[in-house]
Design a protein around this ligand. Structure first.
Ligand code: UDX
Ligand code: ADP
Length: 465
């Protein structure tokens, strides 16, 4: 049933943060393939077909505009997409369950199951079905069971192709990946399907960077990669707490240990905690998996990474509270940055959510500024009691504030005129740099009390006698 103008038809179900950018790169790199992205959400698809794409990602716009309507299509006609497709990427959301068995830890697979049933019902020819969502180990098996649940003649071959792209650098990560991982069954049809997917990627990725494994290794590797990355952040954040007590400097410690090639220099920036849609979800998933298999000590080991992350956010707020004379009632705090990291408008699991809620519980007046995430911030804090404002202009956000709490390290915040900001704030004016982005000595010289993360305080109370 495939569209004969093209060599192959690729379908992606789910036009989100993963599906959209991934398919855009495939369409750009493989002009002879037709790539269709479908979603149940009409507004989302309309946005993908408009001049204002639904997600912000550097380099995405020009790549979409380059191929949209040529070999890249966005549609809500899921059934037509399924019928046409040779390869179907499933990239629907798999949030953490909020109810029932495994609530708070296990993945909610209802969206995945729904689309699997739809594929089975609608498909008229053999398909390769690629798991692209993060789903627990052995989910491929569940997918396979649904797809082959009757004796229909249609054959579905399941592959696992985990997503390693990070938001903000999604296009670069996709165009020059450290590796592409493809898991398949070790059967002739499994290997044949695997080779077809390898062929897609080797349009631009060197063959030696495409790693092939069995299905379960591939699924588990995704969870393990994120767990290791998150663990590094919790590790360095735990050291930041020690640094603040001992007058050591966490950035100096990071540099010193990162020079050891066995440790490596990346992902050692201490901060207010990790966020994003993957880290917490994947670790909790792993914890659930361990508990399911009776590996309780292993489960506890990984659960501690999430606990340490919560501790980091809490520590940041407590430091603000302690410094501002143990009361925030009616004090204006300018929160610089809400996105879970710079260069994205995404706020899923952003530390700013927890931090702002805690500040509001202390009855602070919170004014949030962020270049791309204010809309999401307002949704995240909807219904939360307290005085909260959203302000695009960081100068206005700081006017009359007692303190600035820098939560996301947007480059824009580095280059502001902090003398002007200082002059407009209530005194004493404090800056809590939760990401160590700013020039702390320069801020101190302007007159700020400066509280960097994992470093000694620079305040005028102690230093001027
Ligand atoms: C992550 C993985 O990096 C990616 O491979 C996977 O596919 C999805 O999850 P992402 O969540 O987009 O990507 O962002 P990432 O850059 O990994 O940052 C996650 C969080 O960790 C952010 O909140 C960031 O601020 C924080 N972080 C990162 C630190 O606090 N310190 C660091 O040194 C690095
Ligand atoms: P991710 O970060 O994994 O890409 P998103 O939530 O950004 O997650 O995107 C997942 C997308 O999948 C959403 O746009 C959602 O509407 C879509 N989706 C969920 N279930 C289905 C389905 N059965 N058919 C089509 N699209 C779906």
């Amino acid at each position: 049933m495939s569209d004969q103008t093209f060599k192959k038809n690729i379908l992606c179900v789910g036009a989100g943060y993963v599906g959209g950018p991934t398919m855009t790169v495939i369409a750009n790199k493989c002009p002879e393939y037709k790539v269709t992205v479908v979603d149940i959400s009409q507004p989302r698809i309309d946005a993908w077909n408009s001049d204002e794409l639904p997600i912000y990602e550097p380099g995405l716009d020009e790549r979409v505009f380059n191929v949209r309507g040529k070999n890249l299509f966005f549609s809500t006609d899921i059934n037509k997409g399924i019928k046409e497709a040779d390869i179907i990427f499933v990239s629907v959301n798999t949030p953490t369950k909020t109810f029932g068995e495994g609530a708070g830890k296990a993945s909610d697979l209802q969206y995945l199951e729904k689309i699997a049933r739809q594929i089975k019902e609608v498909a008229e020819s053999d398909k390769i079905v690629v798991e692209k969502s993060t789903i627990p180990v052995r989910a491929a098996e569940a997918l396979e069971r649904i797809l082959h649940s009757d004796d229909s003649k249609t054959h579905f071959e399941i592959l696992s192709n985990p997503e390693f792209l990070a938001e903000g650098t999604a296009i670069d990560d996709m165009e020059a990946p450290d590796r592409v991982l493809i898991g398949s069954k070790d059967t002739p049809s499994g290997l044949k399907a695997r080779d077809q997917l390898v062929e897609v990627y080797t349009h631009w990725v060197p063959r030696e960077r495409v790693i092939t494994t069995n299905l379960w290794s591939s699924e588990l590797s995704k969870l393990v990669a994120n767990a290791f990355l998150a663990q590094r952040i919790s590790s360095i954040n735990s050291i930041a707490a020690i640094c603040e007590m001992t007058q050591a400097d966490v950035q100096e410690v990071s540099r010193a240990i990162g020079k050891d090639t066995r440790i490596g220099a990346k992902f050692l920036n201490a901060g207010v905690g990790f966020g994003g849609s993957c880290f917490r979800k994947d670790i909790l998933n792993m914890v659930y998996l361990c508990e399911f298999y009776g590996l309780h000590d292993v489960a506890q080991f990984w659960a501690q990474v999430v606990k340490m992350n919560e501790y980091s956010m809490d520590r940041f707020v407590k430091r603000i509270l302690r410094t501002l004379f143990n009361t925030l009632v009616g004090k204006k705090i300018a929160v610089y940055g809400f996105a879970f990291k710079p260069d994205t408008g995404d706020t899923r699991d952003a530390p700013a959510i927890t931090i702002c809620k805690s500040l509001l519980r202390e009855k602070a007046h919170v004014c949030i500024t962020d270049p791309h995430a204010l809309k999401n911030a307002a949704l995240d804090l909807e219904g939360v009691e307290g005085a909260v404002e959203y302000e695009l202009d960081p100068y206005k956000a700081a006017e009359g504030a007692h303190a600035i709490a820098l939560v996301t390290e947007w480059k824009q915040f580095k280059d502001l005129d902090y003398k002007r900001i200082f002059d407009s704030m209530s005194k004493p004016a404090s800056i809590f740099d939760g990401r160590n982005l700013l020039d702390h000595k320069a801020l101190y010289d302007i007159g700020f009390n400066v509280y960097p993360l994992g470093k000694p305080d620079l305040d005028h109370f102690q230093n001027e006698d």
